[in-house]
Design a protein around this ligand. Sequence first.
Ligand SMILES: [Fe+2]
Length: 439
Amino acid sequence: MRCAGAVWAFLGLAPLLVMSVPPIWTQPEQVHLSYTGVPGSMVVTWTTFNKTESVVEYGFVGGRPFEMSSKGDATLFVDSGKEKRRMFIHRVTLRGLKPTAAYVYHCGSDGGWSDVFYFTALNDSSSFSPRFALYGDLGNENPQSLARLQKETQQGMYDVILHIGDFAYDMDEDNARIGDEFMRQIQSIAAYVPYMTCPGNHENAYNFSNYRNRFSMPGNTESLWYSWNLGSAHIISLSTEVYFYLKFGLELLFRQYEWLKKDLEEANRPENRAQRPWIITMGHRPMYCSDDDQDDCTRFDSYVRLGRTDTKPPAPGLEDLFYRYGVDVELWAHEHTYERLWPVYGDKVYNGSFEQPYVNPKAPVHIITGSAGCRERTDRFNPNPKGWSAFRSTDYGYSRMQVFNATHLYLEQVSDDQDGKVIDSIWVVKEKHGVSAWL
Ligand SMILES: [Fe+2]
């Protein structure tokens, strides 16, 4: 009997013992790629729970396996939750890659290696027609579009993924274990193509620390705002959250605004705009939307659009800035729906013509795509949208974009609810870019 009692006592403890088994501390996980903006480069980012070396071994597909190797660094990230969980985020930049060549790679150290992944080095020609998948608001729970995105990415349908804020719901939860789990989920996409991001409101915990630590975007703002070029596009990623989380510093809002102005000025220098005529922005919270909630975009005086007058000094909004520098397309998320707007500025529609609204539009084109899937489900629309609302859908899904050439850009919306059916599409055609295109 005593013996049996001991067995039961042991079995009773067993679940506890299992729970306390630590992860394999030196095993790489959460592998993802990003582009530095420098042709012929790629950043590989991953996580281990103990400090190890940071090595990527790689080679051409079909060539000698792992004939090249690059080293990088790991930074310690201590989550600010109760448990103060520690992890090491490894970053290795591969340089001198041959544009359009396919590579196989794995990452890690002699303490453990990842699975083998592959990627194509981005084509650096301005005549390249890159294909993007884009969405916001993809969570760890109910990530409805993820399976379709996994398959399509692995089939080679996309050159880049844009995740327009709101990850995991939320990365900091359960002492950042939800962040770990989410990064494992997206490895099936993000280890194959650059996964380019901007922050959303769901990243705000501990001053966006999970976001700032886990991603490796270009520039030196810890991935908060940056720009890069691909094909005939100049792509600007920004934080709309600087308009809302003033507790983290109003100076961030002004720093970003000044940076945006300089970046747009530079992109508009005639030689630059001639080479990269499309200017595309991505930010989480839209300036306009017709959802049935009380979000910023439902208000005429949206902070993102018009700025804030309740700060000292008053904070400028983004609509005028983007209009003045001839931004062509503005990509947003946050609303858990899809909405395409007619070309709009100052709350007014400026279609190219009645028959062809997106041919030589006289104002930027806005797309809101935040229905990838998360635990908050989809949102509802206001039954009486304003005149700028052109198409709306509450289906789960995501968008695709191809920057075809200097004059043609294609956008479409995929419904995951309808088995991948394309439910909306437009060609934006511009013979002219820049502010003179509005005249
Ligand atoms: Fe959001």
